[in-house]
Design a protein around this ligand. Structure first.
Ligand code: TRP
Ligand code: ZN
Length: 489
């Protein structure tokens, strides 16, 4: 999608969808004859011809070919889920507004497990088949390229965490807990709980409405709207109005110590699980706004409409994840006291990873390299250790696999290996040394200015670095991103 967020836009597109824009961009956009009074002609405008075909079953990511789908571009998801922790049952009702990017006879959505009860496209029942994690939707009639269409899926079942189908990258998606759930994962997550074009290339805006037993908190992305209690159930409504990659959606249900406020005119909403005593986790998450303000001086304006963080405690989740506007942190990060470094890491992802998402998963160093480098910048700023010292120690201590595995082309099985984080950050520091501080931060800010709201590739970043610095940087990036030996200093 492209940045937007007004309902009028959807309304206008819905009208054009049934009008004559139903022709592909290559066809002449002649006005309908009835209104073409200024250019009278005895030749009626031909009906646009169509070649309706199914959209591709994958978006074209070489590492994970089945992820995402082709033929359409989602503008918004309206997700309504009801979850009962007593039975683990989820009932979902999802409305997807999308634009066709080809003449479509049908299209796929990604959904793992769960039972689909009904699918409509523009309010007309569609036929639906399941094939592994693909939901294959055939609407009653074809959808013309450029037209907006609304898909409505009703489904239910007991959601289970999703395993990466290609490599051992752990599990993601819906993790049921004793009294709630934790929903997160990378790259696998969204398809585990709602039908979705599950790849960062198709960003969209989201409304997430979670209905949970009264007394529990349901935290998600973006800004909290209403919370409405009816009988024994409370509905929490969250909205993320900036384009979001599907894996950055989250939902955490349980008992939390909630802190709210405003910062720079934007709402702050943080939640720490009551499974841990009040202490270092609460203090660390409270540093979110201070650290975000520092990162803003390095990277450019904070890209989202809200701030916050969620601390969870669960045997199965030992990571933190940069879920958009509200990262989720495993309580383990705060076991030994306040940990600003992990906060700086996940907040840096709000610029690198979230506002600018990977184009393909191969570009992951643009997320993790920047996030690790932000740790170094924060620790430098905080007087803990200079960025140069962090570089030196990382350079000295990195194990052979870091030098063998190129972060710019890690391979699907290695997208979260140390090389992506450490050598990614070392690449950025090497760039900074080569072009100087002024040019380096100009590159970083030009990158966020140009790319926020969309996706970025490594080639685009390299080209921008060369343009902004006026230097030829091929050999630097070849050595740091693509080489298989330890670069000489
Ligand atoms: N992107 C996360 C980070 O570095 C790490 C991560 C990878 C992760 N896969 C995950 C976290 C799955 C949670 C679940 O901050
Ligand atoms: Zn990270």
């Amino acid at each position: 999608m492209r940045p937007r967020g007004q309902f009028w836009w959807v309304a206008v597109m819905a009208i054009t969808a049934v009008g004559l824009v139903a022709c592909s961009p290559s066809q002449p956009t002649a006005a309908p004859t009835a209104t073409a009074g200024a250019t009278p002609s005895s030749v009626p405008t031909p009906e646009p011809s169509h070649d309706f075909k199914p959209g591709a079953a994958g978006i074209g990511d070489p590492y994970f070919p089945a992820y995402g789908n082709g033929g359409y571009d989602v503008a918004s998801y309206g997700i309504k889920v009801k979850y009962d922790p007593k039975t683990d049952k989820l009932s979902g009702d999802v409305t997807i507004t999308a634009a066709a990017t080809q003449d479509l006879s049908g299209f796929n959505l990604d959904l793992a497990g769960l039972s689909v009860r009904s699918v409509t496209v523009d309010d007309v029942a569609a036929t639906v088949r399941r094939q592994a994690n693909e939901l294959i939707v055939t609407p009653a009639k074809g959808i013309a390229s450029g037209g907006t269409f609304v898909t409505h899926v009703v489904y239910d079942g007991v959601p289970k965490p999703v395993k990466n189908k290609y490599k051992d990258l752990g599990e993601g998606g819906w993790f049921a807990t004793a009294d709630g759930a934790i929903v997160l994962g990378q790259p696998d997550s969204a398809a585990g709980w709602f039908p979705v074009n599950d790849h960062p290339l198709d960003k969209a805006v989201y409304t997430i409405e979670a209905t949970v037993p009264k007394g529990l908190t349901a935290v998600s992305n973006g800004v909290l709207g209403t919370t409405t209690t009816t009988g024994a159930w409370t509905t929490w409504t969250w909205s993320e109005s900036k384009p979001m990659a599907s894996y950055l959606s989250t939902l955490v249900i349980g008992k939390f110590r909630v802190t709210t406020g405003t910062h720079n005119g934007k709402p702050v909403y943080s939640a720490v699980t009551t499974k841990i005593a009040k202490g270092a986790a609460d203090t660390s998450v409270a540093h979110t706004v201070k650290i975000a303000d520092f990162l803003e001086t390095q990277f450019g304006p904070y890209p989202f409409d809200s701030y916050g963080g969620v601390v969870i405690s669960d045997d199965r989740i030992h990571f933190a994840l940069e879920t958009q506007s509200r990262p989720v942190y495993s309580a383990g990060f705060f076991r030994n006291g306040v940990n600003d470094t992990v906060i700086a890491h996940e907040l840096a992802h709000q610029w690198f990873g979230d506002a600018i998402a990977v184009h393909h998963w191969e570009d992951i160093w643009l997320n993790e390299g920047f996030a690790r480098y932000a740790e170094w910048l924060w620790n430098d700023h905080a007087g803990v250790q200079s960025a140069q010292k962090s570089f030196n120690l990382t350079y000295q201590r990195s194990t052979p696999d870091v030098w063998k595995t190129p972060p710019g082309r890690p391979g699907a099985a290695h997208i979260f290996d140390a090389t992506v984080y450490d050598r990614g950050a070392m690449t950025l520091h090497a760039l900074r040394k080569a072009v100087g501080d002024r040019a380096f931060f100009a590159i970083v800010k030009a990158w966020t200015t140009e790319k926020t709201g969309g996706n970025g590739t490594t080639a685009e970043f390299v080209a921008l670095a060369e343009k902004e610095s006026g230097k030829q940087l091929d050999s630097l990036f070849d050595a740091w991103l693509y080489g298989k030996t330890k670069p000489k200093l």
